[in-house]
Design a protein around this ligand. Sequence first.
Ligand code: CA
Length: 239
Amino acid sequence: MNGTPPRILIVEDEEALTLLLRYNLEAAGYEVDTVARGDDADIRFREQTPDLAILDWMLPGLSGIELCRRLRARAETRQIPIIMLTARGEESERVRGLSTGADDYVVKPFSVPELLARVSALLRRSLPERVADVLAFGALALDREKKRVTRNGRAIDLGPTEFRLLEFLMERPGRVFSRAQLLDGVWGRDVYVDERTVDVHVGRLRKALNRGYTDDPIRTVRGSGYALNDKFGKAPVPS
Ligand code: CA
């Protein structure tokens, strides 16, 4: 797996199963977060959007179905792949699960490799950028292997943090990230860095990318944070 590991949120109240899933998903290279209650999960999803969610059908606080419905109703979470876990005997309810917007369902007890295969299949579909060696966005190209960035084919010198920042944004073109989310994704969860640090590095990244150009691939979203500018991504590459 290249780049930032995809984040998976597991919403499950059976502790043993949660531990088993967390262990195996982390071993497969994912970043895993867990919540045991449906209502707590509803709050967690508003704080941070994972790349994929695994929802248990029967949950205290708020059911997996209702949670799924709410996720599909919000713009920020509408697109994330959802795998629903159901207990045997609930099969007749499966159709309902899928009609509320789950992408896939797995009946308990299931094999861990089977679940991993489904997770990986859904992520390959939803995040093709995450597995590519070279990311492209408009006139920008970022080569993860060679650690090289070009604009219109011309090499751009970036420090390691600016490189990671650009890579993070290019993996999710158009998505708006708060400073806290960028800190989390680029610097890591356990590092203490002030949010203003993000502005400093975005400033450096911009300066390096825009030297000799007037259009800026990075968009500042007032009150929210930063994103790649969709218009820049769609602009034809000048020859
Ligand atoms: Ca349950």
